[in-house]
Design a binder for this molecule. Structure first.
Ligand code: GLN
Length: 192
């Protein structure tokens, strides 16, 4: 199993260290050729406009789209925005997932928060019962899902914060910033 992490901007190092803790071979992806032989790819959190601008400059847009049509991709926060087909403003998007996101839906940096979520699909995939402690930092909301995309996690008030569409996964929050490795294990099961 070999997993790439898009390493243009954002917290790719945290994803890599979580994957290493799980004993997974990782590759920092900066150029199209780095996608060869990967089983899956993680798009980290950061600033979606910056990540997108760099992806355009490095000729990665079409190679990433081709990759996502076949293989597993997981976007966390800014990465989830980049995966979406609609961010309700003009910025380059991969458009792979049938989700509409609202950027910075919870306010500014100071409005960042943490909350325990009940995520049945995560619990089933990892055969665990504990709630999932999710960290939100200037997070997007997944305003709606359509087509083959399904919500997999919601806030207590019902707003969607994680979705899956086949092997594509989007989370508004940052599993790479907590010691809980279950989301990475869940993604590995999609990439297998
Ligand atoms: N607010 C950022 C954006 O819109 C995402 C923040 C994050 O990835 N933590 O791209």
């Amino acid at each position: 199993m070999k997993i790439g992490v898009l390493a243009l901007q954002g917290d790719f190092a945290e994803h890599i260290s979580t994957l290493r803790r799980l004993g997974v071979e990782t590759v920092e992806v900066r150029l199209p050729g780095h996608l060869d032989d990967l089983n899956g790819l993680i798009l980290p959190g950061g600033e979606s406009t910056t990540i997108a601008r760099l992806a355009v400059a490095f000729g990665l847009m079409e190679p990433l789209r081709d990759f996502g049509r076949e293989k597993a991709i997981w976007g966390t926060c800014a990465g989830a925005i980049f995966l979406s087909k609609d961010a309700k403003r003009d910025q380059p998007l991969l458009g792979l997932m049938d989700i509409t996101v609202q950027r910075n839906a919870f306010g500014r940096q100071v409005d960042s928060f943490e909350v325990d979520l009940d995520i049945p699909e995560l619990k089933a995939a990892t055969r665990t019962e504990a709630p999932y402690h999710a960290v939100f930092i200037r997070a997007p909301l997944i305003e709606s899902v359509s087509g083959a995309a399904q919500p997999i996690a919601t806030l207590p008030d019902g707003r969607i914060v994680a979705a899956r569409q086949g092997k594509l996964l989007a989370t508004s929050f940052h599993p790479e910033l907590t010691p809980d490795t279950r989301f990475h294990e869940y993604f590995l099961s999609l990439a297998e």
